[in-house]
Design a protein around this ligand. Structure first.
Ligand SMILES: *Cc1c(COP(=O)(O)O)cnc(C)c1O
Length: 485
């Protein structure tokens, strides 16, 4: 018989129907094994059933949203929730999770506009007249097109009709917003005169979309945002700039700044150039929560605010709280010290290597597993700054099956560990792991390695133990199934 006490403890946590379903599934799996001709003695049955039930319960638990350690070296990993929040932002989320002054002015006791303080901070930060915040940048695109150009025409360069990711394609977005698309130029070359010639009575706006997730090089031309803004056109036709990543700049003169040279557009520059509306994501290089931020001239922002879509796309109190804290960090000039994305971006390869050495020194390797420190490349990810890599270092683990080792890491307790795999090795790129997590990571890995030492993860014998090599670069690919944006 199954141990009643163990089933009882499950029943105290899970609904009865759930436990019954697990028991049935476990019995049916066991039955299948017996039918398949495995020789199992009935004395083993209770233990085997209980093991299966426990596995099913763990599988259920692992589906909960939970913290994971990102050792992939991809800074903004869409599958891992993009930008990790700053501590100050996390604290603000916790505080506002209960009742909060979301739509109340505490000094007057009157109703106030939701997110009014976030709007004020973003105004100061970007130099724009006004701001609205929606669910994400995709929502921002739809809202802007719908509110500014419904039933009319928007002009866009052929080189910018992109798929952002997850099947989100701009031509479809235009259609959904009830906007007619007018493509101008060619795939590689578009001039100001192409836009000018396309302007007609039906033209509602001109949109520029940043090539977030691909590079166009060679014989290519596109007008800059300055040129588009200064182009002769009827004054009622706005220029909309979809910037994507929300890079705040401010660090381009700094020695060692990785992004200054990449040409990643800076939000403040677009506003200063006179773009009427600029859109960007909150959780890419801005380093905050998922949201879509629209900054620009009051006249246009007011149009967005009074759109019926606004109510459907607005953000919740916890996102606004995290956004406020993140914007405050940018405004105080503390992004480099306090925003996890910036810390990862600015970390010297030598500092990443020091973390690798610390981790390696904490590992207790069974004779069947070989570990090394190897150079590798980190990526920005999140569909931002494609083709741009940051020199980094990884602790690599070689066992007979990197597949099994990676799977054990994904289900590690208390915190799952995500890594990259290449050349039948597991790569732990520590650029994306904070120093406070190294000890916990080592403890987790040691538990996995001990049990794997007793099981089937034996290493090839030629690999040297614990040595440090500096040859060879790893192709840095996104784990399968992840999208670039
Ligand atoms: C990423 C991106 C989007 C979509 O942003 P989400 O916040 O993921 O919805 C839209 N436009 C551009 C140019 C982007 O880079």
């Amino acid at each position: 018989m199954l141990q009643n006490s163990q089933l009882k403890s499950l029943l105290s946590v899970y609904p009865r129907g759930q436990v019954v379903a697990w028991v049935r599934e476990a019995i049916s799996e066991l039955r299948q094994q017996i039918l398949d001709g495995q020789s199992l003695s009935p004395a083993q049955f209770p233990e085997l059933l209980l093991e299966r039930i426990t596995n099913l319960q763990h599988a259920e638990q692992s589906r909960r949203l939970q913290r994971v350690i990102n050792a992939t070296g991809i800074l903004l990993h869409t599958n891992l929730g993009r930008a990790p929040l700053a501590n100050a932002a996390v604290q603000r989320v916790l505080q506002t999770a209960s009742s909060t002054n979301l739509e109340l002015d505490l000094t007057t006791g009157r109703r106030s506009q939701r997110g009014a303080y976030a709007v004020e901070l973003l105004r100061r930060l970007t130099g724009a007249e006004d701001t609205v915040v929606v669910n994400n940048c995709a929502a921002a695109t739809i809202l802007v097109l719908q509110a500014v150009a419904h039933g009319r025409v928007v002009i866009i360069s052929r080189s910018q009709l992109v798929e952002i990711g997850g099947g989100f394609r701009l031509p479809d977005v235009f259609k959904t917003a009830g906007v007619e698309l007018r493509e101008v130029g060619t795939t590689n070359r578009t001039y100001v005169r192409d836009y000018q010639q396309a302007i007609s009575e039906d033209t509602a706006a001109i949109i520029r979309v940043h090539h977030s997730n691909f590079r166009l090089t060679g014989f290519v031309t596109e007008p800059s945002i300055e040129e588009l803004v200064q182009m002769r056109r009827p004054p009622e036709i706005p220029v909309i700039d979809d910037l994507g990543s929300g890079y705040m700049g401010g660090d381009s003169e700094t020695v060692g700044c990785p992004l200054g040279k990449t040409g990643e557009p800076i939000v403040q520059n677009s506003i200063a150039a006179g773009a009427n509306l600029c859109l960007f994501s909150g959780d890419k290089l801005f380093g905050g929560p998922q949201c879509g931020i629209i900054v620009g001239q009051s006249k246009w922002i007011e149009r967005l605010r009074s759109s019926p879509l606004m109510r459907a796309l607005r953000v919740d109190k916890m996102s606004l709280a995290a956004l406020e804290a993140t914007a405050e960090i940018h405004l105080a000039g503390r992004a480099r010290n306090e925003l996890p994305v910036y810390r990862m971006l600015y970390q010297d390869a030598a500092d990443v290597r020091a973390k690798c050495q610390e981790l390696l020194s904490l590992l207790q390797l069974p004779s069947t597993v070989a570990a090394q420190i190897e150079p590798c490349d980190s990526q920005i990810g999140g569909g931002s700054v494609p083709g741009y890599n940051l020199a980094s270092f990884a602790v690599t683990l070689q066992a007979s099956s990197s597949e099994q080792l990676a799977a054990a890491m994904r289900t590690a307790e208390p915190v799952p560990i995500l890594c990259r795999q290449a050349a039948n090795k597991v790569y732990l790129d520590l650029r994306t792991v904070s120093p406070e997590d190294i000890q916990g990571l080592a403890d987790s890995l040691n538990r996995i390695l001990v049990s794997s030492g007793q099981q089937s993860l034996g290493a090839p014998t030629e690999a040297k133990q614990g040595s440090s090599s500096h040859q060879g670069h790893v192709p840095n690919s996104l784990p399968s199934g992840s999208e670039p944006a």
